[in-house]
Design a protein around this ligand. Sequence first.
Ligand code: URA
Ligand code: CA
Length: 437
Amino acid sequence: MRMVDLIKKKRDGGELSAEEIGFIIEGYTKGEIPDYQVSALAMAIYFRGMTERERADLTMAMVRSGEQVDLSAIEGIKVDKHSTGGVGDTTTLVLAPLVAALDIPVAKMSGRGLGHTGGTIDKLESIPGFTVEYTKEEFIDKVNRHKIAIIGQTADLTPADKKLYALRDVTATVDSIPLIASSVMSKKIAGGSDAIVLDVKTGSGAFMKTLEDARALAEAMVSIGNRLGRRTTAVISDMSQPLGHAVGNALEVREAIETLRGEGPKDLEELCLTLGGQMVMLAGKAGSAEEAEEKLREVLRSGKALEKFREWIASQGGDPKAVDDPDRLPRAAHQIPVPAKEKGVVAEIVTDQIGIAAMMLGAGRTTKESEIDLSVGLVLHKKIGDPVEKGEPLATIHANRENVDEIVEKIRDGIRIGNRAEKPALIHDVVITDPSE
Ligand code: URA
Ligand code: CA
């Protein structure tokens, strides 16, 4: 087999066989096929696309390039959740204990990653004492005992994807649906869960800016999951504004605790119930989304989900008292309001810009090496459709430095005030796994 022939085949609109895709991914991972040939192929895929069969084969080839986590020692159906990413996305912190409170095992492996704020692990580390340094055996034991645990991602998961993603990043081939879908699904499948719930975000703070693109990505990922024997469901949710109010690590932990108390932002609660409902269904613990959501509402109401959160924190060395007294979480030295310049209604939020403001305060990483400040970030007081008086605070900045003029301006620019606006729907669609599979 020659790589040049395979590039030509895809360039001319042909379909690559499983064997050919395997040859490419294996050769690329080993360094036998050079970057320039794989970039040419990625560009051909960008223009020609891939069939559903090719996408599933590409996903499996990337899964086989590295370690495949074996979670079979965990009792029950393991359902993983993945978000395509947004601003102030606090869902995992609420969702994990919510679902675990129904005795469904949540075995979470999470990266730290780059972004506007840290990843779920960084956020949890703002709870004093909390740690993710456990062996795989300890991790599995914790899940069996408490139904919930989180550790850092193992280093050798899907090396082919790491290499390909870095190459796509510099060859203008990131935004290809078949390549994104296989990239995301390869990591989920190598992670060892039995079923997957995807939260595909759309809007100004999302990777997929339009509903049409988000739907295409959701359908592509659901198809790959089903073809590879993992029941997969995707929820398409709104990211035209940050989720909830808080953007920042400790601030989001506080928001998650409020939500588990039933006192959090309603959009965050609703999204957690929707995603959680799909997880409960895939775990076989409810026959319909309504029944699943009712079970979740019950563990919220009864305090069982909050109790599960306490149990989780304590089991990973964290201070469970921080759950009842969030003042034990790190707090920034300065709280600075961002007053509105005019009266009106919040018409639009440039969500990426709000995320960047949080990152400039130190809440996120710009490079893998950068240190994040867990205490900083911002809390939004106004969302799309809310009326605003001149001078009223749109947000509060939590900072560890005094001069935040530049950030005040960034947030003001990012929250557009107009005459009227409609509140966007939070859940745009649910792409359900094929029940016949
Ligand atoms: N996120 C991923 O993990 N992979 C992509 O290709 C794009 C976004
Ligand atoms: Ca939030």
